[in-house]
Design a protein around this ligand. Sequence first.
Ligand code: SAH
Ligand code: MG
Length: 232
Amino acid sequence: MVFAHQSDYILPVLCHRSFFIVFCSGVINMDLLIDIDEVKGFLDPEEGQALYHAANQVMALGPCLEVGSYCGKSTVYLGAACLKSRNTLFAVDHHRGSEEHQLGEAYHDPDLYDSSLGQVDSFSAFRQTMLRAGLEEVVVPVVASSEVVARHWATPLSLVFIDGGHSHQAALTDYQSWSRHIVPGGYLAIHDIFPDPEDGGQAPFEIYQLALASGFFEAQPTIKTLGLLKRI
Ligand code: SAH
Ligand code: MG
């Protein structure tokens, strides 16, 4: 299994459920207590490792926050970094699914549908993932819409990962709500960046460009569809 990662030179060694990634600058031991392939979700392992690496770099600057946890795949990577550094990850998701997860839509999963309520519910799957990954003391699930949580948020953040709704309005709200809480030196990570409209929806790419144009962020190498920006 070969992992490419930004401009770092890495030598990966796969050892059961632990990844020992040897960087030029040192050794990072990414311990995931769960088989990540068993967790439903939409994050590529290379993107997950990049999130882990970024969270590790900024652990001293404050807690991390993600918008859009689903069944906890990205949460496992970010949470593992937080576990190692005694940091905290706030995992914001209303667990009612994005547009594409709804009944009849392309990414609907019947296992995550409560037919008695007529609602998507990914929260039990998420909790199970956190338990199995040993992250219940590290990850704080915030079960509400991003906008509502952000309304009274005041805690500075070391890293924000945006992977919630992909409508233009949802992505813009997430960007406006959360990017302003990132401390200098921290990271803004945005999933599903498709510079070519042929490849995917443009809302995440649009907020990525907004962040760049704001003058508050500088671009880091993109990892597959994971855009990474450093708060100046
Ligand atoms: N990061 C996940 C995938 C997230 S999918 C992974 O690694 O697999 C997108 C998630 O965003 C869904 O679970 C959906 O419920 C959530 N979501 C969409 N819009 C939201 C909003 N406005 N507030 C909170 N969560 C939202
Ligand atoms: Mg995504």
